[in-house]
Design a binder for this molecule. Structure first.
Ligand SMILES: Cc1cc2nc3c(=O)[nH]c(=O)nc-3n(C[C@H](O)[C@H](O)[C@H](O)COP(=O)(O)OP(=O)(O)OC[C@H]3O[C@@H](n4cnc5c(N)ncnc54)[C@H](O)[C@@H]3O)c2cc1C
Length: 297
């Protein structure tokens, strides 16, 4: 029996050779050999145990807004959470949100309950799971600061609840005591007047419009910011705004974004990344670190 037929015994929503360009905000990437959407814990456990027993690589996808998938695609299983993982539950000033929940949706639902803490997240287009794993943040805030608890399924199918002190967050990264598929997070929010929350959210939306109103597909900031200076500013100072490799271009609006002008390949983007890194190293003696995750072959 082939791989897809075997997996269909565990999950109904299975596709073969699904183009990752349809599942990432960059609109780039070759096919996922098998693409599954799991709707509940039982299905997830089934997929994890199956991939583990057969030694099939498993790639976890959130909303694909922080990812560059290479042109030959991803071997094995690409797993996306859906169904039960979209639940949101408020209890006093805490909220438990499933990993598939859209981060801006969670921010606006918290606002509606006059709960503050997620204002910074209004313009971050990822999922709750992706945000926690990458410690998404903006304007000096990040999700790691308000996470109280994380529930995760390890790669043997066992569930764990990790307390705050079992997770370390750093700038755009997280280190969990147990690795696996993140299922949900519990956030501690603060009661606050609705008008004050909306004012803050609106100011962030305005800031984004001014600096990041970009009409081409992209994956947000490509390189991590560095302590000594603003990454985008250095790229601009190096004269790289608008610089192109194939269909990939350093955004003319925000120099730390690379845009897909149409038909860009992962090879174009990686070529452009290397050009930028080399020029920045030569000019400023700084080696930029990637903020996006590069996956596939
Ligand atoms: C226009 C634009 C603006 C952006 N602005 C910001 C910003 O201001 N600040 C910021 O921090 N980011 C920003 N980003 C990047 C991105 O939106 C965030 O990093 C986001 O949190 C990624 O979430 P995702 O669901 O898309 O994750 P994905 O890109 O799908 O995945 C990211 C990583 O998380 C892992 N992952 C995802 N879900 C799970 C899970 N359930 N369990 C285990 N691992 C998982 C993946 O395997 C991958 O390694 C921006 C992106 C765009 C396109």
């Amino acid at each position: 029996m082939n791989l897809v037929a075997e997996i269909r015994k565990i999950v109904n929503d299975v596709k073969q050779n699904e183009p990752m360009s349809k599942n990432t905000s960059f609109c780039i990437g070759g096919p996922a050999e098998v693409f599954v959407k799991v709707a509940n814990i039982k299905q997830l456990q089934g997929i994890i145990k199956y991939s583990n027993s057969k030694k099939i690589p498993l790639c976890i996808l959130g909303k694909g807004t922080n990812m560059l998938v290479k042109d030959k695609g991803i071997r094995g299983i690409v797993l996306k959470l859906n169904g039960d993982f979209n639940q949101i539950e408020f209890a006093n000033d805490t909220v438990t949100a499933g990993a598939a929940v859209d981060l801006p949706v969670l921010a606006s639902k918290s606002f509606a309950r006059e709960l503050s803490g997620l204002e910074f997240a209004v313009g971050i287009p990822g999922s709750v799971g992706g945000a926690a794993i990458t410690n998404a943040g903006a304007y000096g805030e990040s999700i790691g600061n308000i996470i109280d608890e994380i529930t995760i399924m390890d790669f043997e199918g066992k569930m764990h609840t990790l307390k705050k002190d079992e997770v370390r967050f750093e700038y755009r990264s997280s280190f969990l005591a147990v690795e696996g598929v993140l299922l949900n997070i519990r956030l501690k929010l603060q009661p606050k007047n609705k008008n004050d929350i909306i004012k803050e959210m609106q100011s962030y939306i305005e800031k984004r419009k001014k600096t990041q109103g970009i009409k081409f597909p992209n994956a947000g900031c490509i390189f991590k910011n560095i302590e000594s200076s603003n990454t985008g500013k250095l790229i601009e100072e190096a004269g790289l705004k608008g610089f192109r490799v194939g269909g990939a271009q350093v955004s003319v609006k925000h120099a730390n974004y690379i845009v897909n002008l149409g038909g860009a390949t992962a090879e174009d983007v990686l070529g452009l990344i290397e050009e930028v890194r080399t020029k920045i190293k030569d000019k400023f003696g700084i080696m930029f670190e990637l903020e996006i995750k590069v996956v596939g072959e």
